[in-house]
Design a protein around this ligand. Sequence first.
Ligand code: AP5
Ligand code: ZN
Length: 214
Amino acid sequence: MDIILLGPPGAGKGTQAKRLEQNRGMVQMSTGDMLREAVANGTPTGLKAKAVMEAGELVSDAIVSALIGERLDRGCAHGAIFDGFPRTKHQAEALEILLDERGRKLNHVIELVVDEEMLVERITGRFTCANCGAGYHDKFHRPKVDGTCDVCGHHEFKRRPDDNEQTVRTRMAEYRAKTAPILPIYEEKGLVRRVDGMASVDEVAAAIDAILDS
Ligand code: AP5
Ligand code: ZN
């Protein structure tokens, strides 16, 4: 089963994708994670993407579509979760071709419906364990009282350079201008399912499970 998780920055796409990966053996295909890895490794793609990401703008359609094609070719027998892709009409067309060429098809487009103002707090407060990547938040989920990661015991954490308020607002404007307009394409195909992304992580997860099991 192949699905898209669609929603603005901070809607919970990554949180839910990781859960589906653990519980169902599906593969999270996050273009944001792939690009951050390319930046960290200083690859040619990373060098092109770094400043664009730090400004909160969109990296070129060709680069991200190629990343998804490569990831699909590494295999995902139990299904793919597209997280942060597609983000433009052109990327939606590219995805259709990529799936078609591999004999795959989209089963659901799950839109996480959220209140954007609340998301600014979600995003500007988040950080991750520098060792295992576990997610934390200044208000909602602190590390252990001794300042260590409750998953792996590590004591260093990192924040994304694009998680400051100004960049978050640019990312949201990009979402409204370029990504939200792809929803009607999927609505016409009857693929869109809506979930309340402001509910708790467990409630959102249960709603997504109900869609996948329907
Ligand atoms: P990307 O990495 O895709 O970032 P994003 O879309 O801005 O999404 P986020 O990762 O910020 O949010 P999320 O929805 O995954 O939320 P999360 O689960 O972390 O993209 C980054 C950049 O890369 C882009 O700006 C662009 O430059 C480039 N890029 C990437 N893909 C591209 C593409 N296809 N084309 C062009 N450029 C591309 O949750 C957020 C926080 O909220 C966490 O702290 C979490 O713990 C908490 N939380 C989650 N769910 C809940 C809940 N239900 N209740 C309370 N808290 C919750
Ligand atoms: Zn950790």
